[in-house]
Design a protein around this ligand. Structure first.
Ligand code: C2E
Ligand code: CA
Ligand code: CA
Length: 694
């Protein structure tokens, strides 16, 4: 019987055992009582028989004694009888004054003597045998033949029932010993039975509590009666069902449905565990590698989201093959993946990054299409770069963005990345709100006809009145807006605002066109033309009052799609302009096939043309070629009167620049136009170099 047998003997099981033992005790007590009564009865009978025998012996003695002369006295008879039977034979004499008295000294104990005298004095005995001292003794008055009631002398035989019962005391001792042994045996039996009955219930109870606490491990099986086994089987079936359901739910919450990889939440949990291990073991670092595909947005935009999904699955497969079994690969979202590398320091992580780059080297062949894949990777190491899961992933992401900026492929986190990147991210969050909370302002920069000097139009430019940083120029937020998609909100705001300004100024007698800038994303938006048509309709402006400027580089990103949007815009009746011309590589031959009306020579050529004859030549040939193609030419970056005269001499149609005016607030534009005075064209004073140009 081992400790388990007794262990946990509490509560119900203790009660079962106690009940067992109590029952046994009652049975034993009853048995002991019965035995005690039986012994007593037996003793009384034995003593009675002995007293009767002694009575007969006495009578015999009396009969024998009658033959003698003189006959023996009662005292002698009593002494002889005592000797022969071993009983007490008391001789009593009735005294006139004191009543019955012992005629000779008796060896009986004092209380017995007293009880005997009391009994004799009470009167003649009711029965031949008379109990004394609560039936512990028995007395018998011998009535001898010829002995009348008047002799005044009696022989009384007395014997102890207790002594007679003592002969059977061993029986009670044996019974007691047996009872003790039975108690022990039954005690053990009780514990065993209690365990046997209660154990399945206890096991099931523990299992149920485990299930309730969300622990579904460990199978439930029990030996014992068939019912118990069936109950255990039911419990086990329930446990596995809950476990499977739980696992399914957990998997759904922690798996990316597209690639079946762990998702960001799961990655975070795994990373936390790994960080704890790293900090616990001490000395063994772990690394986080974040990877973002290059140009994925373009693939998605150009080939469609379905193709994008296929590509992501394809990339996930390649990554799986490139990684070790201990590495945890996850998709954080979009085209961003992460790898947890246990036990890898910077060098180890770099080696894995190189393996990934190698794995992505081959172009992906999906359906008819083949696309080049490349990615930018960022590395952050625990504990070197942080020991918080979110921070570590954030830092790996910062390193990844740095790799993207540098087009270096891989970059390891550095402290100086954090501050710049934090502020960029903060800015982006604020920018999303800027449109809603009306922090944008519209400024207009005039466009002037070089031959008449009249104001013909204005370019709409956006400003962000940042609550803390003050007025921000587009260069500091338009690139972010393009990356994050906020640009479409900004574009809509600017177009709407410009249309309203244009209509207002025309009502005030200033018949100008408004030029609007479109970004890459805008041009790849299939609904752009539709949205513009809607605004034209609602704000009630004429399409020909609007000019949309598209940079060369935007056209080259996705010529097909850009072309489609341009055609749609053209159909609307708005004018189209090629912005920053000269900075890209588009040939005039290509531009010829586009439905454009205007060409804006980039300010980098214009600003230097009065110093650099080479730039002047470019400007001149651009103007000539554009005119040949039937396009109007606008020069940007006109900063001086010399520029004005030179461009006039080169037959440029219109100009825009600080010399005419810096961009002005939309409400101040009409006032500015009224004060504007074009310079008088009184001839050029140029170096001889320019002689053959002009
Ligand atoms: P851009 O379309 O080439 O706009 C002309 C830029 O040249 C403006 O800068 C203007 O202030 C500046 N500029 C005008 N005249 C001169 C001059 O004589 N000398 C010099 N050095 N610069 C001159 P801004 O307003 O900072 O805009 C910068 C760029 O931001 C714009 O270049 C345009 O690409 C973009 N942008 C501005 N507003 C918007 C907008 O609403 N939507 C989009 N998508 N882009 C915008
Ligand atoms: Ca522009
Ligand atoms: Ca420009």
């Amino acid at each position: 019987m081992n400790w388990r047998f007794w262990a946990g003997l509490s509560g119900d099981r203790l009660r079962i055992v106690a009940a067992y033992l109590l029952l046994l005790l009652v049975v034993q007590a009853v048995a002991a009582l019965l035995v005690h009564l039986a012994i007593n009865r037996h003793a009384v009978r034995t003593v009675a028989i002995e007293l009767e025998t002694a009575d007969r012996v006495l009578r015999g003695l009396v009969a024998d004694g009658a033959a003698h002369t003189p006959p023996p006295d009662l005292a002698t008879l009593a002494a002889t009888s005592e000797r022969l039977t071993g009983l007490h034979a008391a001789v009593l004499r009735q005294d006139e004054l004191a009543g019955w008295q012992f005629a000779r000294p008796s060896r009986l104990p004092q209380p017995v003597q007293k009880a005997l005298l009391d009994e004799m004095r009470a009167g003649p005995a009711a029965a031949p045998m008379q109990p004394l001292l609560s039936s512990t003794w028995l007395m018998h008055v011998v009535v001898l033949p010829g002995q009348g009631a008047d002799t005044g002398v009696r022989i009384v035989l007395v014997d102890s029932i207790t002594d007679a019962a003592a002969a059977l005391a061993w029986l009670q001792v044996a019974l007691l010993a047996l009872g003790g042994a039975l108690l022990v045996v039954f005690g053990c039996l009780g514990v065993y039975t209690a365990n046997w009955i209660a154990r399945p219930l206890v096991v099931l109870g523990v299992s149920a509590r485990k299930l309730a606490a969300g622990d579904y491990t460990g199978t439930i099986s029990l030996t014992g009666p068939r019912e118990v086994q069936e109950l255990a089987q039911t419990f086990e079936a329930m446990r596995t069902a809950i476990q499977q359901r739980e696992r399914r739910i957990r998997d759904l919450g922690s798996t990316d449905s597209l690639t079946a990889l762990p998702n960001r939440a799961r990655f975070r949990t795994d990373l936390k565990t790994e960080i704890e291990r790293t900090l616990g073991e001490g000395g063994k670092p772990c690394s986080v590698l974040v990877m973002d595909l290059d140009r994925f947005k373009r693939v998605n935009d150009v080939l469609g989201p379905r193709y994008g999904d296929k590509l992501l699955r394809h990339v996930a497969d390649r990554l799986r093959q490139a990684l070790g079994s201990a590495d945890v690969l996850a998709r954080l979202g979009g085209d961003e993946f992460a790898v947890l590398l246990p036990g890898h320091d910077v060098d180890g992580a770099r080696a894995v990054a190189a393996r990934i780059a190698q794995a992505l080297r081959e172009p992906a062949q999906i359906g008819e299409q083949t696309v080049d894949i490349s990615a930018s990777l960022g590395i952050a190491v625990c504990p070197q770069h942080g020991s918080d899961a979110d921070r570590l992933v954030g830092r790996a992401e910062q390193a990844m963005l740095e790799a993207k900026r540098q087009t270096s492929g891989v970059s390891v986190y550095r402290d100086d990345l954090s501050s710049a990147e934090d502020s960029d991210l903060g800015l982006l969050t604020e920018l999303r709100r800027a449109v809603d909370v009306n922090q944008l302002r519209l400024v207009l920069q005039p466009k002037v006809d070089l031959s008449t000097g009249r104001v013909t139009g204005a370019e709409a430019l956006v400003r962000w009145m940042h609550p803390e940083r003050g007025e921000l120029l587009p260069a500091s937020f338009i690139p972010f807006a393009e990356q994050s998609g906020v640009i479409s909100d900004i574009t809509r705001w600017v177009i709407q605002r410009s249309m309203l300004a244009c209509r207002r100024m025309r009502k005030q007698g200033l018949p100008i066109r408004i030029s609007l800038n479109l970004s890459t994303r805008d041009l790849l938006n299939d609904r752009l033309a539709h949205e513009i048509a809607d605004l034209i309709e609602r704000i009630k402006v004429k399409p020909e009052w609007l000019v949309f400027e598209i940079t060369e580089s935007v056209l080259m990103e996705d010529p097909e799609r850009a072309r489609r949007t341009l055609d749609q815009l053209n159909t609307l009746g708005v004018k189209l302009s090629i912005d920053d011309f000269g900075t890209g590589y588009s040939s005039l031959g290509y531009l010829k096939r586009l439905p454009v009306h205007e060409l804006k020579i980039d300010r980098s050529f214009v600003m230097n043309m009065d110093q650099d004859v080479h730039d002047a030549k470019i400007v001149r040939s651009t103007i000539d070629l554009a005119h040949n193609l039937g396009l109007k030419v606008v020069a940007e970056g006109l900063e001086s009167e010399r520029h004005w005269k030179l461009l006039g001499a080169l037959n440029c149609d219109e100009a825009q620049g600080y010399f005419v005016s810096r961009p002005v607030a939309e409400d101040d534009f009409v006032a500015w136009a009224q004060t504007w005075q074009a310079p008088v064209n009184d001839g050029l004073n140029l170096p001889t170099l320019y002689a053959d140009i002009v």
